[in-house]
Design a protein around this ligand. Sequence first.
Ligand code: NAP
Length: 198
Amino acid sequence: MNEPPPRDDSLAARPAGSLRVVIHAAVARNDVIGHEGGMPWQLATDLRRFKALTMGKPVIMGRRTFESLGRTLPGRLNIVVTRDRSLAAGGAEIVYSLEDAFALAAVRARCMAGVPDEVCVIGGGMIYAQAIDVADSLCITHVEARPNGDAWFPPIDPAVWKVETTAHQPAGPGDSHAAVYTVYGRRDAVPEEGAAAG
Ligand SMILES: NC(=O)c1ccc[n+]([C@@H]2O[C@H](COP(=O)([O-])OP(=O)(O)OC[C@H]3O[C@@H](n4cnc5c(N)ncnc54)[C@H](OP(=O)(O)O)[C@@H]3O)[C@@H](O)[C@H]2O)c1
């Protein structure tokens, strides 16, 4: 059996210091996450869940995702990644690399109410593709759909990621599709101190 290579546990592999890096994404069965700057579904139930899971935490997003939202997400530290030195985004922190986004989240989280212990990476495709290698956890809403799209989630390698929890969510009012909420953890994760053995 091929074992996944052990993850480098150096500081370089912990980009946000003591903060866990958690990716949040809604992903169709064909890996599509977006189409023409928006999302190819309506998922009111998932948006409520996303809000609850990210509230009070730093959130990191790419410039295109920020533009598609059209505003900052209230109650969260909004960090927008761009290479455009002239970009101004009222209410959001602008950084020019993903590394700087993690570093800023780590510093600012210490002063945030409740002192969050994780930073949320919320898209889009370009940012997910870069962040998945340093993420500790993937919080994925698998959308029961196969839409056309132009932005995708990167492959979730089963040699690297294992399913920790999964829950079926039937389509409710305001939902165009059913979904499955799945949390993935790293197979090589070091157990937290105090966690039950076995
Ligand atoms: N389904 C979901 O959960 C979900 C979540 C979020 C977004 N989306 C969808 O995904 C789509 C957007 O995704 P996308 O891949 O097109 O764009 P994106 O990842 O949101 O943003 C890409 C932009 O981020 C900046 N960027 C990326 N990497 C960078 C780096 N290393 N350093 C500095 N800047 C960097 C660049 O901005 P500049 O061009 O300004 O330099 C780049 O053009 C939309 O359709 C959106 O609705 C879906």
